[in-house]
Design a protein around this ligand. Structure first.
Ligand SMILES: [Zn+2]
Length: 195
């Protein structure tokens, strides 16, 4: 059984390597070429079983720097000497306009500088620091669409959608984003769209 699961992952990884833009009726995902991503280094495989929401953590000002440029900069830094990650640590990132940018391959384990194992976690990150900034409406709507899509695609129970701070000692995803998890409205919005 374990071997079969591994085989399926490998097939999925190779298929994903050939595809670029994935679309649905509700949203499209901007491929890695949109932000001029570097090739990843060798990575660990996994299957997404739960979803964790993050903020990128630095104050985002799209008038000063585009999401694409910022993402590339974070990738280069994270793959460098300080972190030595195999790629951008997250699977998807959402900018203030609600654009969803493809991060690392969803079948590869994400990475973290905090003390939890990201194995099995689909990591969705919103640009911004939500201790200081607020989530835009477009950003929130795209998050819900991406969550609905991911819950269906990987057969993940909506109640397992959590924030980074539920697993590790961190402020991530920031109080102005975490409030939607805390008051149950985010999971309620996902469930409403699943119907
Ligand atoms: Zn985080």
């Amino acid at each position: 059984m374990k071997t079969l699961k591994k085989l399926l992952i490998l097939i999925s990884v190779s298929l994903i390597g050939c595809s670029s833009i994935k679309t649905s009726d509700e949203f499209k995902i901007l491929p890695r070429s949109y932000w001029n991503a570097n090739e990843p280094k060798p990575f660990k495989l996994h299957v997404p079983e739960k979803i964790t929401i993050h903020h990128e953590g630095t104050v985002f000002n799209p008038e000063k720097e585009s999401a694409a440029s910022k993402l590339k900069r974070v990738q280069v830094w994270g793959m460098g000497a300080e972190r030595n990650w195999s790629d951008i640590p997250y699977h998807y990132l959402i900018d203030f306009e609600g654009n969803i940018l493809e991060g690392r391959n969803v079948f590869t384990q994400g990475e973290t500088a905090t003390e939890y194992s990201p194995e099995g976690h689909l990591l969705i990150t919103l640009f911004g620091n939500f201790e200081e900034q607020v989530v835009t409406e477009k950003q929130y709507n795209s998050l819900i669409n991406l969550l609905v899509n991911s819950v269906k695609r990987f057969n993940i129970p909506p109640d397992s959608i959590k924030g980074h701070k539920d697993f590790a000692n961190t402020l991530c995803p920031g109080k102005n984003l975490y409030q939607f998890l805390e008051d149950g409205s985010l999971i309620k919005d996902v469930k409403a769209k699943l119907k």
